[in-house]
Design a protein around this ligand. Sequence first.
Ligand SMILES: *Cc1c(COP(=O)(O)O)cnc(C)c1O
Length: 493
Amino acid sequence: MTTHYASTRGGQQGVSASQAILQGLASDGGLFVPEVFPEIALDFDKLKEQSYQEIALLIMKAFYSDFSEKELIACIEAAYDDKFDTPTIAPVKKVGTDYYLELFHGPTLAFKDMALSILPYLMTTAAKKNQSTNELVILTATSGDTGKAAMEGFADVENTKIIVFYPKEGVSKIQEQQMRTQKGDNTFVVAVNGNFDDAQTRVKEMFNDTTLRDELAANQKQFSSANSINIGRLIPQVVYYVYAYAQLVKENELKNGQVMDISVPTGNFGNILAGYYAKKLGVPIGKLVCASNQNNVLTDFFTNGTYDRNREFYVTSSPSMDILISSNLERLLYEVSNQSATVTKQLMDDLTTKGSYALDDTLRKGLADFLVAYATDEQTQDAIQRVFDQERYVIDPHTAVAKHALDQMTQLENPALIVSTASPYKFPESVVRAFDEVKQVENEFGWVTSLYEETHLTIPPAVKTLFESPILHDRVIPVDDMLACVKEILNLD
Ligand SMILES: *Cc1c(COP(=O)(O)O)cnc(C)c1O
């Protein structure tokens, strides 16, 4: 069976997986979705004996059907190797009565590595398949984790450049240090004076700018996206839900077929959407808890059916979720409208023109699998402290948001999987603050040592060397200069 992709807004159809990955965003501004959702036989008594890589192949074969098995195996083996610090890639830990799916064992210590370690291989393979000799320019806005993970993946990959924009005041010190020390002649990191949404909006405008597109083409270049709008990021994220369920069956924590609920710390809605896709494929997932921080636009949306981005933006202790426009929600709208591009396009047009849209009752019924809650920074700290006091298990602020949200759902009775998206060492200051509110340290690395002193959790090697690495990127620009900056980097005009 061949899986073709279409734009959620109806402007493109019959697109192959490799073309969709290369293109990133559809030409009408929509997102690529499978025209017919593939069916995969999931036999967990068999899957429980399979490796992460084998399960990845099973899922990707169905969604990326124009790649050969040989090509996919090459991509998977190059991505999921010893740059992860555990051979299981995504371990599941039992902590008290909860299960944590640890997605932070890759090189940049956050779950973005799960997809971004494979995306460069998928993209360069896709370029070869489509006889494209253009230089691929990866243009990305990041709330902190995507940018680093994408650069790590694309650094020195032939015939590619990667340009990353991040909000100057909107990322953690560790995240900023990680980005500013990025090596690779083809990597460019730029801080902007604005928030993530400002940066993401400008990046989307550049993708939709036909004059710019023509100018790039004339220079043998083309844009692609490493953001979670790219179907090349979404599908690799489906893999770990299948793998996690198989592991829980293997460990006799779940009977084959028994339903589990999941709680996902959510920003751009990519991770939780992958969980929804996994459920559609047949993984016995019950409720999906969409956990937000103080930027609780999704909590309101699922509660009252109106998405309204006209609201205050907060900088929180879980910065990778400081987002008011959750791009991947568009793919869910497409699903709940029975794959109607007309309905989806109308809603997205409303969002552009009015900054809000409202679902009717029929559409709202489609959201029943989702439960929502949000955590303030104080509740996030409490969750970190509580889990450590009770279970001696350390969680980062993003994961703590998901734990807090899950604990609000007293009506749920199934075993629950909390998706753990970052190493506590990526946000050491916030984690230490949960234990010691008045702690002072001399420099940024002081937070790392105090986290070790508080918890005795092993410090990942990538953090140890971070503050000894030279700063290689120091540009800071106003949001309005992003286009000019891209042109300058690419020597256009
Ligand atoms: C990106 C990120 C999230 C949010 O994931 P989405 O797919 O954008 O919803 C949560 N936690 C961490 C640590 C992240 O890096």
